[in-house]
Design a protein around this ligand. Structure first.
Ligand SMILES: [Zn+2]
Ligand SMILES: [Zn+2]
Length: 344
């Protein structure tokens, strides 16, 4: 029997060999897509704070070595069996939602975002810190021609998270919406909130981001280091929504009293410590706290379309794949302005 050898050259990947390990640039064979999957020639991948889950082994069950990355933009360069809706050469992105099982109670109700067996690129399987990756078709979002790869990549996690949280927050045009934190998430949250027609108050620590916040679309800037930010929000009438983006439970707790009646603290900044709010704070004015995680590939497409329509764009710093360690350290330093993106 003849043996056919498919010529697949090696590719470079940035992997974590064990929990807590450093990034290693290694060569691997280019993977083949199985049924229901495509292979993506990765052009850009955002470096997200949640990649710490893979780097430091903070998510249960990660198998190493693992390639992180869930803000992926690229081109389909091979289509697996049974994939009919996606074409060779098509521009696609993959975000946090890396696939669902279609059978769990949440999926049976169409709530794929909360699939109990949700797959996450870079955690459940190798993500975008590599030249080629394989992804299931339900994780794919089409990218328009007008968005570049480096612009699209951060919109697939930071973008969709802020966009989706805000559009499901219950705030209506004209409502006072505060965006806490002016960083990777916050600088996008301010832009989306402004384009949604909200009266945007940006809340940051220190005066240095005031001008930028206003340029991004905030009507008011509140320096929480110099003033009581909750009181400042009450002076403006009380916020309908506070989008909490900076991963500080203490800052979120301090801001809670800035909510008006029926106001909502919408939490997207992933912190490990506890938000402290008394039952009375919740009862007074019927106020709520809600968390929000990203969204499906269809939500990603909504995000990209809205960004195209409205001009919302991430501010980015780019690094080549070879400098993944440096790029990750820059992201972790909190000093990046504002999203770090790897290019292949
Ligand atoms: Zn992310
Ligand atoms: Zn499911």
């Amino acid at each position: 029997m003849a043996t056919t050898k498919v010529a697949v050259g090696p590719m470079r990947v940035a992997q974590i060999a064990k929990a807590g390990g450093d990034f290693q640039i290694v060569e691997r064979e280019i993977p083949k897509p199985a049924a229901g999957q495509v292979r993506i020639k990765v052009q850009a991948c955002g470096v997200c704070h949640s990649d710490v889950l893979t780097k430091d082994g903070l998510w249960p069950g990660i198998q190493y070595p693992r390639v992180p990355g869930h803000e992926v933009a690229g081109l389909i360069d091979e289509v697996g069996p049974g994939v009919t809706e996606w074409k060779l050469g098509q521009r696609v992105g993959v975000g946090w939602h890396g696939g669902q099982d279609n059978t769990c109670p949440s999926c049976r109700r169409g709530d794929f975002r909360n699939c109990r067996n949700l797959k996450i690129p870079g955690i459940s399987y190798d993500g975008g810190y590599q030249q080629y990756m394989v992804a299931p078709m339900e994780a794919l979002a089409a990218i328009q021609e007008t968005l570049t790869d480096v612009e699209a990549a951060p919109l697939l996690c930071a973008g969709i998270t802020t966009y989706n949280a805000l559009r499901h927050s219950g705030a209506l045009p004209g409502d006072l919406v505060a965006v806490q934190g002016i960083g990777g998430l916050g600088h996008l949250g301010i832009q989306f909130a402004n384009k949604f027609g909200f009266n945007v108050a940006a809340v940051g620590r220190g005066p240095e981001n005031a001008a930028l916040a206003k340029k991004l679309g905030a009507k008011t800037y509140i320096d929480s280091a110099a003033t009581n930010a909750a009181e400042a929000l009450q002076k403006l009438g009380g916020a309908q929504v506070i989008l909490a983006t900076a991963p500080s439970a203490k800052a979120m707790s301090e801001l809670f009293n800035g909510l008006g009646p029926n106001g909502k603290l919408m939490v997207i900044g992933a912190a490990f410590d506890s938000i402290e709010v008394t039952p009375l704070q919740l009862i007074t004015g019927s106020r709520t706290i809600q968390g929000w995680a990203a969204g499906t590939a269809a939500d990603s497409e909504d995000t990209l379309r809205f960004a195209e329509l409205s001009g919302v764009r991430p501010m980015i710093e780019t690094y080549p794949l070879e400098k993944t360690g440096e790029a990750y350290a820059r992201m972790m330093s909190g000093k990046a302005e504002f999203r770090v993106v790897l290019t292949m």
